[in-house]
Design a protein around this ligand. Structure first.
Ligand SMILES: *[C@@H]1O[C@H](CO)[C@@H](O)[C@H](O)[C@H]1NC(C)=O
Length: 610
């Protein structure tokens, strides 16, 4: 009887374990779709022509210009950063009427750009937020030569019901685009058709360095922002470029694609597509203005409104000096700039553009040399600043200097706007000397870049170096640009955990815990790292195993318990038998042999009752 009871208990136990693990496998299947997209390392900077943080910098140390290119490349480049810090971008939306908060991840020295996550047809992709371009493009599942770390979008997996390629014959695939742009495949009405998908409307992107990407236009629903409990924010069907072919150098760091926020004119590649924000404004989903705050930790993009809690000063407005038709967010800049209180004259200075897709402050080589000359005339008391040609004040050069010396460097002041709308934009040494930590040492890297040729009509690109100091408000409704001094943390990290949507990101932040069952990231309330399944925190998350880890441990645990119980039962039954045997020996030897025979005759699971 004992053996019977033991066996059925075991069977029952196996059944429970099997059922438990089977149900886990089923429930983890939905999670796996997302995990697949997450797989693989991110890549290098997004198009060199896009003025990212230099992939190569020099560390200036004790008069030796040390070339640590490879170290930088490793740090900023291909794979490590994203993996270590799990920057995937984050979208979180506060339900404040017309204000939609989109958290940005990234940072100047971390990745050289700011990006966020959007959902396209229910699939998540990480897109750089770029106020200096207007195209939205992301890698498609079938992309040829897109790097393996991309989270790709698969039209076949779209849940929206509206996903489709835009045909070459569609009126959105503009007539005569072919003739003007010399694309290879032309439709009957001279529209440009995609090389990789000849029935679809083609698009191509090209950067200054010759790198680029091409593909076809398509439509799907884009959802921007979501809050901790997963409710969706701004959502509308939009047209965007699906990348089917990357050039060799068209690389991105931990982002998959780009989301341009500038004017429509820049989004003709060659067919003109309205930028996604504009499409959403047209669909009356959001007001035609947005605000960008970036900090060393990440930032926020606020759609439709502004958030005064991120700034310490009143916002000042400068009229946008838009070209006709409008392209970039451009303002007039005075030809006089100030270094501390001394003025220097830059006769060519006229237009500045505000560009979140550019990491540093970019000026022409001539302007950079003017600034450097001025420094060498007035700031030679700063160590190693004036050593002939060996000054460390060079673009992309990093130096090991103390905070005291840092403070002796001057404040740069640019004057934007005109007349009554004039305002000063200041960058302090702590702003333009960007913190960089390497081999236990703190460096500061010169946050200026000098270029031979800037875009036509642009004399300075105010990138993230300046934007970390000033929160920028793109008031497209009133053709003006607002600047206010940033508090520095863009509203702080509160709610940061809830904004992470994937296990990797959540696990990279020690203050958060991830729940495999609900797939939500929350604030960790205890100091313990090893949390019980389905929650986890930090390294113990084993995100790569994803939903697999639950059933895996479930089965192992079940098996171990089953074996332990089995052994216990067998031991018990043997003990019981032995006792019976001893008793039997004492009273009746015949009974004993009968019991033994009985036991031998009873095959697996067949009971004495039968
Ligand atoms: C910018 O400067 C140009 C040339 O001086 C001038 O014509 C234009 O009106 C200015 N625009 C704004 C918005 O101030």
């Amino acid at each position: 009887m004992m053996i019977y009871a033991g066996r059925s208990l075991l069977t029952c136990f196996y059944l429970i374990v099997f059922w438990a693990s089977a149900s886990q496998v089923i429930s983890s299947r939905s999670a796996r779709t997302i995990a697949d997209l997450e797989r693989g390392p991110p890549k290098g900077n997004y198009g060199v022509g896009h003025h990212g943080f230099p992939a190569e910098v020099k560390l200036y140390e004790e008069e030796i210009l040390e070339d640590k290119n490879s170290a930088w490349k490793r740090l900023l480049g291909r794979n490590k950063v994203g993996r270590w810090m799990g920057f995937a971008p984050v979208i979180r939306v506060k339900e404040v009427e017309t204000r939609h908060v989109v958290d940005l991840l990234g940072g100047i020295a971390k990745v050289g750009e700011y990006y966020t996550r959007v959902e396209i047809g229910g699939q998540q992709v990480r897109l750089q937020i770029d106020t200096g371009s207007s195209t939205m493009a992301l890698p498609m599942a079938e992309c040829d030569r897109c790097l393996p770390g991309d989270q790709r979008y698969d039209i076949k997996l779209s849940k929206s019901g509206v996903a489709r390629w835009i045909s070459c014959a569609d009126e959105r695939c503009e007539r005569n685009a072919c003739r003007a742009h010399k694309c290879k495949r032309c439709s009957a009405h001279d529209a440009c058709c995609a090389d990789e998908n000849p029935s679809a409307c083609g698009f191509s992107l090209r950067y200054g360095d010759g790198s680029g990407a091409r593909g076809a236009l398509m439509v799907d629903t884009m959802t921007w922002g979501r809050n901790g409990n997963g409710s969706k924010a701004v959502s509308a069907p939009i047209v965007f470029g699906g990348i089917l072919h990357d050039s060799k150098d068209f690389q991105r760091s931990s982002v998959d694609g780009i989301l341009g926020m500038a004017y429509e004119t820049l989004a003709c590649n060659p067919s003109c597509v309205e930028p996604p924000f504009q499409q959403m404004v047209k669909a009356k989903k959001v007001r035609d203005r947005f605000e960008v705050c970036v900090s060393s930790e990440g930032g926020k993009l606020i759609l439709g409104e502004r958030d005064p809690s991120m700034t310490t000063s009143e916002m000042k407005f400068v009229p946008l000096a838009l070209s006709d038709p409008p392209t970039y967010y451009s303002v007039n800049i005075s030809s006089t700039m100030y270094i501390n209180e001394r003025s220097i004259n830059l006769p060519n200075f006229q237009h500045a553009i505000i560009d979140s897709g550019t990491t540093l402050i970019v000026v022409s080589k001539t302007v950079f040399l003017e600034i450097l000359n001025h420094l060498m005339n007035h700031f030679c008391h700063i160590p190693d600043l004036c050593r002939g040609s060996k000054t460390w004040f060079k673009p992309a050069s990093c130096v090991h200097i103390s905070d005291d010396i840092l403070k002796q460097l001057p404040v740069f002041k640019f004057v934007v706007g005109e007349g009554r709308d004039k305002m000063d934009l200041e960058v302090r040494p702590e702003d333009y000397m960007i913190k960089y930590h390497k081999s236990e040492k703190d460096y500061r890297c010169v946050g200026f870049m000098a270029m031979d040729k800037l875009g036509k009509g642009t004399d300075i690109i105010m990138g993230n170096t300046l934007m970390q100091r000033y929160v920028t408000f793109y008031d497209r409704e009133n053709n003006r640009m607002g600047f206010a001094i940033s508090k520095g943390d863009c509203g702080g990290r509160s709610g940061m955990c809830a904004s992470y949507t994937q296990c990797q990101e959540c696990a990279s932040d020690n203050q958060c815990s991830y729940d495999f069952q609900t797939e939500l990231c929350g604030t960790k309330h205890s100091g313990i790292t090893l949390l019980p399944y389905p929650t986890c925190s930090g390294k113990s998350c084993l995100c790569k195993l994803g939903g697999f880890v639950g059933p895996f441990f479930g089965v192992i645990c079940g098996l171990i318990t089953a074996v332990v119980i089995g052994i216990l039962l067998i031991t018990c039954s043997l003990f019981y038998r032995r006792k019976e045997k001893i008793r039997g020996d004492a009273y009746n030897r015949q009974d004993d042999s009968m019991i033994q025979e009985e036991l031998l005759r009873t095959p697996n699971g067949v009971t004495e009752d039968s």
